[in-house]
Unconditional design. Structure first.
Length: 264
């Protein structure tokens, strides 16, 4: 077997379409609610009465527009969490899951080097997250046009990229943790703990002045602060790409020298 990339995608032949169709359906169902929301005569008064703290964390004060509605309802919490669950569980299952099942040795005795194996697994993980992002993009464009949300192609693209990059950062961490430890539990637990810490920093930065500057360090702020349904790509997206790539490059020499056993 020389192409682990194809094998990793083949392993997702059933689950990936399920996830993609699921997130697309979530977006379409939420978009279908917009006409009834837009016709609420008291919507502006309701939004003005929302607690300031709530408006700081979620852009609820922007719900009078179609893009603001989807940002508040989906793109700042629901969809990010779906992408994170998918990316972390999939990343943890790739190498740590193979090792626990005792099938990783079969891949390592092939002509494929350990380095190429990890890189191809990372590429397959990235593509699978991108497939989810494409499903969200398509559903946002279709739902926006059909239900009159007025979301541009550029805004839908930026929103989908934000979700993909957020999933990529923590999914790659799960993959690298699993590769270095061979423990699927750690491969899930470490990025999950960091997700919680990052989200708490994101919320605290919005509510507490002392944490406002530190909020920029949170991947949630880097991905979501511009919308994420925005007209152009924010520069903060760079910080969602560099850490996972650095983690992958740093892990390669340690992974190639690690004794592979069956995870327990």
């Amino acid at each position: 077997m020389r192409n682990v990339f194809q094998k990793a995608l083949w392993d997702q032949r059933r689950s990936l379409p399920f996830w993609a169709s699921g997130v697309a359906l979530v977006v379409l169902l939420e978009a279908a609610l917009w006409p009834s929301m837009a016709n609420m005569t008291s919507l502006d008064d309701y939004l003005r009465d929302l607690p300031p703290a709530l408006r700081e964390v979620f852009p609820l004060d922007q719900m009078a527009t179609g893009a603001g509605f989807l940002n508040a309802e989906l793109f700042t919490l629901v969809l990010p969490m779906i992408f994170l669950v998918f990316a972390i569980t999939r990343g943890a299952r790739m190498l740590a899951g193979e090792e626990k099942a005792g099938t990783l040795d079969l891949l390592l005795v092939t002509p494929l080097s350990a380095t190429r194996l990890l890189v191809q697994e990372a590429a397959a993980l990235t593509l699978s997250i991108a497939v989810l992002g494409t499903a969200v993009w398509g559903a946002t464009v279709i739902g926006g046009r059909f239900f009159g949300l007025g979301i541009s192609l550029a805004a839908a693209t930026v929103g989908a990229i934000a979700l993909v990059l957020l999933g990529f950062e923590f999914g790659m961490l799960a993959l690298v943790t699993g590769a270095l430890t061979g423990r699927r539990g750690l491969a899930v637990g470490v990025p999950a703990a960091l997700v919680l810490a990052a989200y708490l920093l994101f919320v605290a930065g919005a509510l507490v002045n002392e944490f406002a500057e530190w909020r920029r360090l949170s991947p949630f702020d880097q991905a979501l602060h511009a919308g994420p349904l925005a007209a152009q790509l924010p520069a903060s997206f760079v910080w969602l790409v560099l850490p996972p790539m650095l983690a992958l490059v740093t892990a390669l020499p340690f992974w190639s020298r690690r004794d592979i056993g069956i995870g327990r």
